[in-house]
Structure formats: structure tokens, C-alpha cells
Ligand binder design. Structure first.
Ligand code: NAI
Ligand code: 15L
Length: 277
């Protein structure tokens, strides 16, 4: 990984104890970034030099405001990260998100929001989507991420808060099924994406950009135009080497295989199964 400049102000990372939070903590710590880390569960790894960790719940607004004091960027990776019932999602991902945006407003900090492909999961796999496509959330989790992008628009228009919305595909150590031959984002590409989202001097006149978070996978034909040129990011890795091993690894469920969101679309899916008027 090439050396990048560290931001002049500390960076707050929510969800630090989660899978991507731990990857980012290690990588950004190695780059000499000053990190303020938080999660509702303890941080499981040794802390990099210059990093501080504090347990906090995203639903505790005053704690989030205190944590963000003096920070120039907030990497918002905390919250419910897979499909769950509405009542489970709403606290961390809606109320918590509001607290993080209020902190960004108070600090005039840039927000880098870990959004998701599940904001558009009910688009069919044959569709080619640009960054301004219709939201088509595939569950309460995807709905909360779409709401997050909308909230970012509100905070831009009303308060001038900048946001980079990372519509992450599938960010794991390696792809594990046929869908991920399209949606996979390597940890290294994700890290470089977060670095560019933080370090880009400007987000242009729009003040918000959407980035499709997938590596350079030849099967990624679903997602096209986005704001990557604005921040200067291009993916370098690819899922292609896994194609032979994974192309037959599908769910066998017609709904899941039809839509971009995959497995989440099939959860509690009842269309056509209930009487219609
Ligand atoms: P994860 O579930 O491993 O990490 C999320 C972290 O948020 C956890 O450590 C959890 O303790 C924390 N958290 C949950 N509720 C909280 C609360 N109320 N207060 C404080 N902390 C709370 O998820 P992962 O995979 O690391 O994802 C990170 C972010 O990226 C999430 O926002 C997820 O939605 C998003 N994302 C991840 C993708 C992936 O493929 N890993 C794909 C698309 C989006
Ligand atoms: C996500 O948004 C989830 O956070 C992650 O766990 C995966 O399910 C990913 O999407 C995906 O669509 O593969």
C-alpha cells in the first residue's frame, strides 16, 4: 500500500470493534493516523500508537458528541450490519446515525458513511445502475442505509456537512459464493477507498458523493457511474481468480438469484404468496 498523508485532525471511527473497523484501525494506524475509536463492545486488538478507544452506544447522543470533539472526519461504520427486524435496526441505525450527523455538524467534519448495496438490493441483476438510481432497499437494514444517505443530503443542504456514501458490496477476506464474484470488495481496496474519501481535499460542488464499493471484478456489470474520480479512487484487486471455484455456488432460490441484494431479498419475502385484491 502506498504511503498517504495523514489527516491534520483526528479521525473518529465508529464500529471500531467490528470486522471492517478492525481492518481500518490496523491499516490507518500503520499510516500514522490519529484515531478516536468507539464501539459498544470492547476493542479486541492491541491499540495502534496514537489511537484511543472508548466504549459508547450510538444511541447515547452526548457521548457521541464528546467523542467527535476536534475530529475532522467521521468514519461511520458502527451499527446493525445485516438484516434484522425493524425494532432492532431503528435504534443503532436511525437514532444512532442522527447522533453521528449532529456530531459532524458541530465539528464541521466530513462524514464517510458505510452505506450498503442493500440500499438498491431490489434492482434486478440485469440492471445497470448509476449513482443516482432509485433506492430499492431489500429489507429494514437496507432501508436504514438509504435513510442514512438521505440524512446526509439533509445535513449537506441545511448545514454544509460533506458526505461520502460508500455503497459497499461484500467486503470480506475473500469472495465465498457466485454473487460475490460481482460484489466483492477486498479489504485493501476498502482501506484505500476510506483513505481517499477522507483525504480528498474537496467533494466538489455537490458536497456529497456516492461510490460503488466493489473491486475490479469483471462480473461487476451491475454498477456503473459514481463519484470515484472526485476522490481519486480506483479498485486494484479482483474476485476473478475465484471464478472457477465459485461460479456454481448459488442459492437455488429464484428470488435471491434474481435481485442484486441476494440473500437479504429472500428474507420474509411474501409477494405473490398472500392473497391480492
Ligand atoms: P460488524 O457487524 O462486524 O461491525 C459493526 C459494529 O458496530 C460492531 O462492532 C457492533 O458492535 C457495532 N455496533 C452495533 N450497534 C451499535 C451501537 N448501538 N452502538 C455502538 N456500536 C454498535 O460489520 P462490518 O462487516 O464490520 O461492517 C461495518 C459497516 O459497513 C456496517 O455499517 C455495515 O452495515 C457496512 N457494510 C459492510 C459490508 C460488508 O460486506 N462487511 C457491506 C456493506 C456495508
Ligand atoms: C452488507 O451490507 C452486509 O453488511 C454484509 O455482511 C454482507 O451481507 C453484504 O452486505 C453483502 O451484500 O454481501
Amino acid at each position: 500500500m502506498t504511503a498517504e498523508t495523514a489527516p491534520s485532525k483526528p479521525v473518529l471511527l465508529t464500529g471500531a470493534s467490528g470486522a471492517l473497523g478492525r481492518v481500518l484501525t490496523r491499516a490507518l494506524g500503520d499510516q500514522g493516523w490519529t484515531l478516536r475509536l468507539t464501539d459498544r463492545v470492547p476493542f479486541p486488538d492491541p491499540l495502534p500508537e496514537g489511537a484511543r478507544f472508548q466504549v459508547a452506544d450510538l444511541e447515547d447522543g452526548p457521548a457521541i458528541l464528546r467523542l467527535a470533539e476536534g475530529c475532522g472526519t467521521i468514519l461511520h461504520f458502527g451499527g446493525i450490519s445485516v438484516e434484522h427486524p425493524f425494532e432492532t435496526v431503528i435504534g443503532p441505525n436511525i437514532r444512532g446515525l442522527y447522533h453521528v450527523y449532529e456530531a459532524a455538524r458541530r465539528e464541521a467534519a466530513r462524514m464517510v458513511f458505510a452505506s450498503s448495496n442493500h440500499t438498491i438490493g431490489f434492482h434486478e441483476r440485469s440492471a445497470v445502475l448509476d449513482d443516482d438510481c432509485r433506492h430499492a432497499p431489500d429489507g429494514f437494514y437496507g432501508l436504514s442505509k438509504a435513510y442514512g444517505e438521505l440524512m446526509g443530503g439533509l445535513y449537506r443542504d441545511k448545514h454544509g456537512v460533506e458526505s461520502v456514501f460508500l455503497r459497499i458490496g461484500s467486503c470480506f477476506p475473500e469472495p465465498t459464493d457466485a454473487r460475490m464474484l460481482a460484489t466483492w470488495l477486498s479489504y485493501a481496496d476498502m482501506t484505500r477507498l476510506v483513505m481517499r474519501a477522507t483525504l480528498a481535499p474537496s467533494l466538489g460542488a455537490a458536497g456529497t458523493v456516492v461510490i460503488w464499493g466493489a473491486s475490479n471484478n469483471s462480473r461487476m456489470t451491475w454498477w456503473r457511474r459514481d463519484g470515484r474520480a472526485v476522490i481519486g479512487w480506483a479498485p486494484q484487486d479482483s474476485a476473478d481468480a475465484h471464478a472457477a471455484a465459485l461460479e456454481g455456488k448459488t442459492s437455488g432460490n429464484a428470488i435471491v438469484e434474481r435481485y442484486q441484494g441476494g440473500g437479504f431479498t429472500g428474507i420474509d419475502y411474501s409477494r405473490g404468496k398472500t392473497p391480492t385484491r
